[in-house]
Design a protein around this ligand. Structure first.
Ligand SMILES: Cc1ncc(COP(=O)(O)O)c(C=O)c1O
Length: 390
């Protein structure tokens, strides 16, 4: 397992840096463009309709975006190509639209990112696409939910906020047999910790905003497709005019080059904090995929090459005001949405507002992103916070 992680760490550094794109510069430069000038009408015609590698029009990208997209493809063994999007949510939306049509049914994991659920409950519904939510722990039992109109299964593993790890290979095996497309939001693990296409996923989605960018300063998403889904994904994203700025692509590529070392440190520090919290008397449960207290931990242990820096905790007692007091006084954790940057963040979790059918979580919850600060400082900060609380 570790050997495979080591190999992908080399790819993280080398992938997408084609000489014809970099011109020998280490990082593919920022090529900004809308109009591309041709020498003649014949040359313009010969440039085709915007294939990767041929300059055509700004919306078809320049070496800056091609390089990032190719690097993300190379991180997913077996993948055919990657399309970039202006946010993770835009990537999710386009991936779904590339697969679904009116009258279809979508099986959506219950623990999906809130705005993904919102997309299903509003836009997809308006287009007569029916969403059925399923339990993240369903595994091969997903077969029982498949009906004549089921066209796609969407997974997010681990799930948002509650971190249930799904049996992705089992679900993909059923879907493959039944001719149903599988999509996975793989943002928490990235292809370094879970190569999704090799596990049987058809469309692997990343909110690059998080760990790929890694510095909390760019919004960006990607969808990497297996061969049989590449053409439709490419056509759909082109038809919708999806495009990312070369400046953002450059920053994402720059972030990508250090992804493996950042992830190793996020992993080490988050595990140290998670184990410390698990032993604390005021903490009822730690929802971290690498800890047995997390639902689906066995799937994580079997399928993943490591863990990242985001997890939740459930407190033994208290209410929303107590959680606010705990978080408000933290010196080293910012209060804000998103995660995956170099800095630590804390967020109160309100499942009641987000989901309809959850397992009961009796105590109040908060989500932590463990950044690259000293782990001793982070633990001392949380210790003071827990002393203030309750
Ligand atoms: C798991 C997951 N997927 C997708 C997204 C959406 O990404 P973006 O914020 O880039 O739209 C997020 C954002 O928090 C997320 O946590």
């Amino acid at each position: 397992m570790n050997d495979e992680r080591d190999q992908s760490e080399t790819r993280v550094v080398e992938a997408g840096r084609r000489k014809e794109w970099t011109q020998g510069i280490v990082n593919t430069p920022i090529y900004r463009a809308s109009t591309i000038l041709f020498d003649s009408v014949a040359a313009m015609r010969a440039a085709g309709a915007g294939q990767v590698g041929t300059l055509h029009y700004g919306r078809s990208g320049t070496p800056t975006q091609w390089s990032l997209a190719e690097a993300l493809t190379e991180l997913e063994p077996g993948a055919a190509g990657t399309r970039l999007f202006p946010s993770g949510l835009a990537a999710i939306g386009c991936a779904l639209l590339s697969v679904l049509k009116p009258g279809d049914q979508l099986l959506m994991v219950h623990s999906a990112y809130g705005p993904t659920r919102n997309l299903c409950d509003t836009l997809l519904k308006r287009h007569q696409i029916d969403t059925v939510y399923y339990d993240p722990l369903i595994g091969a039992g997903i077969e029982g939910l498949i009906g004549p109109d089921t066209r796609a299964i969407f997974m997010e593993s681990p799930g948002s906020l509650t971190f249930e790890v799904q049996d992705v290979p089992a679900i993909c095996a059923v879907a493959g047999r039944r001719g149903i497309t599988t999509l996975l939001d793989n943002t928490w693990a990235t292809p370094l910790l879970f190569p999704a296409i090799a596990a049987g996923v058809d469309l692997a989605i990343l909110a690059c905003t998080k760990y790929i960018v890694g510095h909390s300063d760019v919004m960006l998403g990607s969808v990497t497709a297996a061969q049989n889904h590449w053409q439709t994904l490419e056509q759909t994203s082109r038809s919708l005019g999806q495009h990312v700025s070369p400046d953002d692509a450059f920053l994402a590529a720059r972030g990508l080059r250090t992804l493996s070392v950042r992830l190793r440190q996020h992993e080490r520090s988050a595990l140290a904090v998670a184990h410390w919290l698990a032993d604390h008397s005021k903490v009822a449960r730690v929802l971290h995929p690498a800890l047995p207290s997390c639902l689906g931990h066995e799937s994580w242990a079997r399928d993943f090459r490591g863990s990242s820096g985001l997890f939740s905790i459930e407190l033994a007692s208290g209410d929303d005001d107590d959680v606010a007091a705990l978080i408000d006084g933290l010196a080293h954790f910012g209060i804000g949405y998103s995660w995956g940057g170099f800095e630590s963040l804390a967020l109160p979790v309100d499942l009641a507002r987000l989901r309809s059918l959850d397992r009961p979580h009796p105590g109040p919850m908060l989500r932590l992103h463990i950044g690259l600060e000293s782990v001793e400082d982070l633990i001392a900060d949380l210790a003071r916070g827990l002393d203030r609380y309750g």
